[in-house]
Design a protein around this ligand. Structure first.
Ligand code: FES
Ligand SMILES: [Fe+2]
Length: 381
């Protein structure tokens, strides 16, 4: 039997439809996203510098799994499922910490080294047949890029070059452009964590468009006047939004920031670039710092966003006051997340059963929706 989909009333030619409301509220869709996106793609988990010393560890929620990341005795980062191989207790219950050499399960004391190998357990000596590598922690793929550890839970991870680095190439027009910022060498000047009561996709969509900039971001529009016209930097390939004529730096009042990062090109000076690395990362590039957002989607209506402001090491080491610089994007974040939280409850309304619409300056968000539906294996009823 063929069924004709119930389509909403015809849409005006200058508009395209968004996803229907239930994509933002349905726990089943969120479960599919965990499986098909967060547990299948490369997921930006931690900043490498947060695990500075051998023995440091962090635990991160990736989809439905807890992932343990350690810095080994020889200095490499490793990632494992945070599950004891004996009877499945969660191995590390803290978010972060530091051990000397080993991690011990709090249940029956199976003990693993920082490379995941089983090194001790009560009576292990009497079980010589137990292979210590085979019964070691389950490894998770890990790559470092831009000074962050990206993990992938898939048995066969997709190409990191295509799916992660490729996003920057696609946006900036070439592979070298992002490397000029030397992000992996920058130091953390400030981190703010936002607990946003909204679906992660509302946050992505918001980040991708600037139709809202003139309404809710007065400080940002002062610095980047072209944003008043509603075209986001992400609307174009290779376009950076230019600072206003009387603007000295990317700061809350347009006052001077810090020295230009050493390797950026002349045409990257006095410009702002924005990149979305699907599914959960936003990168903002300005001449004197980089702002990197990592999202942790925890439920269909809750997303934790960790935002790092990264500066040249000498800026951070000198104790320079970064507050005016941080304040600009902190305000942008607060303004954006408030808008997302205001939108989330409406996703369950009958008014949004068939979704909303995208105006021409937002049409590129439609590509994100098409991608999402494809990743989830087709439209949901
Ligand atoms: S569950 Fe970890 S030692 Fe038993
Ligand atoms: Fe915004």
């Amino acid at each position: 039997m063929t069924t004709t989909p119930v389509s909403p009333s015809p849409i005006s030619p200058s508009l395209i439809a968004t996803l229907p409301g239930h994509y933002y509220t349905d726990p089943e869709i969120f479960r599919q996203e965990q499986e098909s996106l967060f547990e299948s793609m490369w997921f930006c988990a931690v900043r490498s510098g947060d695990l500075a010393r051998p023995g440091a560890f962090r635990t991160v929620q990736v989809g439905r799994e807890s992932v343990l990341i350690t810095r080994s005795r020889t200095g490499e980062l490793r990632a494992f499922l945070n599950i004891c191989r004996h009877r499945g207790a969660r191995l590390c219950t803290e978010e972060s910490g530091e051990v000397r050499r080993t991690l011990q399960c709090p249940y029956h004391a199976w003990t693993y080294d920082l490379d995941g190998k089983l090194v001790a357990a009560p009576n292990l000596i009497k079980m010589p047949d137990v292979d210590r590598v085979e019964y070691g922690l389950v490894k998770v793929a890990l790559r470092e890029w831009l000074g962050y550890a990206w993990v992938c839970l898939a048995d066969e991870p997709p190409s990191f070059e295509e799916t992660v680095m490729g996003a920057a190439v696609e946006r900036l027009g070439n592979a070298a452009a992002i490397e000029h910022y030397g992000t992996e060498k920058l130091a953390l000047g400030k981190r703010i964590t936002y607990d946003v009561k909204a679906n992660w996709k509302l946050i992505v969509e918001n980040f991708m468009e600037c139709y809202h900039c003139a309404t809710i971001h007065p400080e940002l529009v002062d610095v980047l006047p072209e944003f008043a016209e509603g075209y986001a930097a992400q609307y174009y390939v290779g376009h950076g939004a230019e600072f206003g004529e009387d603007i000295q730096g990317f700061t809350v009042d347009g006052s001077e920031g810090f020295g230009r990062l050493p390797d950026i090109a002349d045409d990257q000076d006095r410009r702002y670039y924005a990149i979305t690395v699907k599914p959960t990362v936003f990168i903002n590039l300005v001449p004197d710092h980089v702002i990197l957002h990592r999202m942790f989607p925890l439920a269909e209506d809750r997303t934790v966003v960790e935002c790092d402001w990264l500066y040249a090491p000498e800026v951070v080491e000198s104790g320079a006051d970064v507050s005016k610089s941080v304040e600009l994007f902190h305000r942008v974040n607060a303004q954006d997340f408030e808008a997302c939280e205001r939108t989330q409850p409406a996703m369950a309304s009958r008014a949004y059963r068939n979704g909303g619409v995208l105006v021409p300056t937002e049409h590129h968000i439609g590509i994100f929706h098409e991608w999402l539906i494809q990743q989830l294996g087709g439209p949901s009823a």
